[in-house]
Design a protein around this ligand. Structure first.
Ligand SMILES: Nc1nc2c(ncn2[C@@H]2O[C@H](COP(=O)(O)OP(=O)(O)OP(=O)(O)O)[C@@H](O)[C@H]2O)c(=O)[nH]1
Ligand SMILES: [Mg+2]
Length: 339
């Protein structure tokens, strides 16, 4: 085992920062570090906090740190999709957790959006694991749930809190479209503003609809006629909770809901199924990103030639696609002979 990993496992903050930098910069051997970290992961609670810009995610995370901190070390991964710069830097006042920067048992890491497909969720998963190996019993992932890349990040978390605010009718449309499926707990923050109860009712109505659709699709309902004695499907009822993060109100209920969701995951067949689905999603998405990258780099010259040919009407996209796929296949076949 690498000395850096030994120090990391002993709880060294310096070692954690160095491992994260090595992973970020893809330094030689970074994957070996991650391989050695992996066996020491899998028991921390990884919690996603997603929602529209300015909904109060960072303020909520700050309050949750206060509470989780009483149980041990806490890791935070703050993802800023608007920053094109590389990760690691503290992203200024967008992050409202400065109170915790002096705390040796709270590690806050910022990640910026990567260009590469799936790069952000991979970085988030790797960072969460390093934080767990460092000793964090809880890792909080803050993301703005706007793009596909950010929604993918929510698949890294075992439990997801979706944060919204009163009076955002359009917001609810966006939630319907994208993040309804991944919400385990809804929070209506800024409940000091008008319309919080209306938003709670809207969300509950939407969830009631969504839930029956999900049940049908998963085959839980309707029950087969002969299985009348089958146990109730182990459904998780998504709670909708009101908070005023700036006044630290409503946060205990959020904590309770997260604890309940965690034990639901650990004790039900549906929880086990979700864990397996997360592992599979990570493996398949990283594998496909890698395979596509390899294939496209191998074919890059042929692709450029085809683009020219299509432009000059010597070829068409359909024919070119078949030819490129065939060329890739042919290269694979001659590879073992040592090109
Ligand atoms: N009135 C009110 N304001 C709040 C509440 N929670 C947060 N805010 C304010 O809302 C603003 C945005 O809060 P943040 O916590 O930075 O929100 P965010 O979702 O992390 O924002 P981004 O990371 O920029 O997307 C800040 O000015 C907060 O003080 C609340 O419960 N009530
Ligand atoms: Mg924020």
């Amino acid at each position: 085992v690498h000395a850096l990993v030994t120090d990391l496992l002993a709880g060294s903050t310096r070692a954690a920062a160095r491992v994260m930098r090595a992973v970020d910069d893809r330094l030689p051997g970074y994957e070996t570090l991650l391989e050695q970290v992996f066996p020491h992961t899998g028991t921390a609670a990884v919690i996603g906090i997603t929602g529209s810009p300015g909904a109060g995610k960072s303020t909520l995370v700050d309050r949750l740190i206060d509470r989780f901190r009483l149980r041990g070390k806490v890791g935070v991964v703050a993802i800023d999709p608007t920053s094109p710069f590389s990760s690691g830097a503290i992203l200024g006042d967008r992050i409202r957790m400065q109170r915790h920067f002096g705390d040796a048992d709270v590690f806050i890491r910022s990640l910026a959006t990567r260009g590469a497909l799936g790069g952000l969720s991979r970085a988030a998963a790797d960072t969460a694991r390093v934080l767990e190996a460092w000793g964090a019993g809880v890792v909080l992932l803050e993301t703005v749930g706007v793009g596909q890349d950010e929604i993918d990040v929510s698949r890294v978390a075992a439990s997801n809190v979706v944060v919204t605010t009163p009076g955002l009718g359009d917001d609810i449309q966006a939630i319907k479209a994208g993040i309804l499926e991944c919400a385990d707990v809804f929070v209506v923050n800024k409940a000091d503003r008008d319309g919080a109860d209306v938003t709670v009712r809207d969300l509950e109505a939407m969830l009631a609809l969504g839930q029956s659709v999900t049940e049908t699709r998963r085959g839980h309902a309707p029950a087969l006629p002969l299985e009348t004695k089958a146990p109730e499907p182990e459904l998780w009822r998504v709670p909708v909770l009101k908070t005023i993060a700036t006044r630290d109100e409503g946060l205990d209920a959020v904590l309770d809901a997260l604890d309940a969701h965690r034990s639901w995951l650990a004790t039900t067949a549906e929880g086990a199924r979700r864990l397996r689905a997360r592992i599979e999603h990570e493996l398949v998405s990283q594998l496909s990103a890698g395979l596509i990258y390899d294939a496209l780099s191998e074919l890059s010259q042929a692709i450029r030639d085809s683009v020219t040919a299509i432009q000059e009407k010597r070829s068409d996209p359909y024919c070119a696609r078949r030819e490129l796929a065939a060329a890739f296949e042919a290269r694979r076949r001659i590879d073992p002979l040592g090109e």
